[in-house]
Design a protein around this ligand. Structure first.
Ligand code: SAM
Length: 279
């Protein structure tokens, strides 16, 4: 497996591989960072790991050494011969050449037996948020997600009510996960070098304090509430039973003139649960 920028460049050039900006291709060429990700992710031999975007396979190679099985999704089929060469000794790696956002992950996982499910990846920056949302909305039973993301995006994941970064995503994420930063990563360890620094973030599944009756209804409610961020719930939730929404809001000393960014997870759960009883 090749890690130095020089060797990786040579291999990719030999295979006439051209980096594609549209696929967010910035490959890691620093073995220390890969080792740190693996050790911080605490992967054990009973883990099934999903990697989104293996690239040239440098992270994949080390994941395979620590985990029971690695399942990768790679959109760029021109990487196939690079990956075949770099991962040829490994029996516990499968690669599906498909857009992860289109994948039926639950169906793909049905082919494997495992104790724990982790997602570990250096994510393509242009779809960081859709990937995380897909993992949640498709109800993939992940125990832990460890992902390298753009620094600013990573910091947004932990946003609290009232802050400018608080969004529908913060509500989903903090409902399901304990979120923490594991590593700061310099832009200098990638080829090609991106314009921003990165961080590695961990999302650990938590036993939620709030019980949801209908998770799909909760997702929809949260999405609709934030649809136009500057608008009040009265405007964003026009198609809902507004008097019922208002009754719940009143219990928390708010009314329909409130904006979604002011509301805690607990209040969204309470509204969703009340709406679900009426269905
Ligand atoms: N894991 C490699 C590494 O760390 O060196 C590559 C990471 S690179 C930031 C992102 C990878 O995701 C690229 O290989 C890219 O082709 C792939 N990718 C981009 N969009 C994708 C998608 N929708 N589905 C699956 N893979 C995707």
């Amino acid at each position: 497996m090749k890690y130095s920028p020089k060797q990786m460049k040579e291999q990719l050039e030999k295979k006439e591989f051209g980096f594609k900006k549209k696929f967010g291709q910035n490959f890691i060429v620093d073995e220390n960072i890969i080792n740190s990700i693996i050790s911080k992710a605490d992967i054990t031999k009973d883990c099934m790991v999903i990697e989104i975007g293996p690239g040239a396979g440098s992270l994949t190679y080390k994941l395979a050494a620590s985990a029971k099985q690695v399942l990768c999704y790679e959109i760029d089929t021109t990487l196939q011969n690079v990956l075949e060469e770099n991962l040829k000794d490994l029996k516990n790696v499968d690669i599906i050449y498909q857009d992860f956002l289109e994948a039926n992950v639950k169906q793909d996982l049905a082919n494997y037996k495992f104790e724990k499910l982790y997602v570990v990846a250096n994510l393509p920056y242009y779809i960081t948020t859709p990937i995380i949302i897909k993992l949640i909305e498709d109800e993939i039973p992940v125990d832990k997600i460890v992902v390298m993301v753009q620094k600013e995006v990573g910091n947004r994941f932990k946003a609290h009510p009232g802050s400018k970064d608080y969004s529908s995503l913060s509500v989903y994420l903090n409902y399901y996960f304990e979120i923490s930063k594991l590593l700061d990563v310099s832009r200098n360890i990638f080829i090609p070098k991106p314009n921003v620094d990165s961080i590695v973030v961990e999302f650990k599944r938590k036993e939620s304090t709030y019980q949801l009756n209908d998770s799909q209804l909760f997702f929809q409610l949260v999405r609709d509430s934030f649809r136009q961020k500057r608008k009040t719930l009265r405007n964003n939730l026009k198609h809902y039973d507004l008097s019922l929404v208002e009754t719940v809001l009143n219990e928390y000393h708010y009314d329909l003139s409130v904006r979604a960014e002011q509301l805690s997870i607990e209040i969204f759960v309470a509204i969703a649960n009340r709406l679900s009883k009426k269905k």
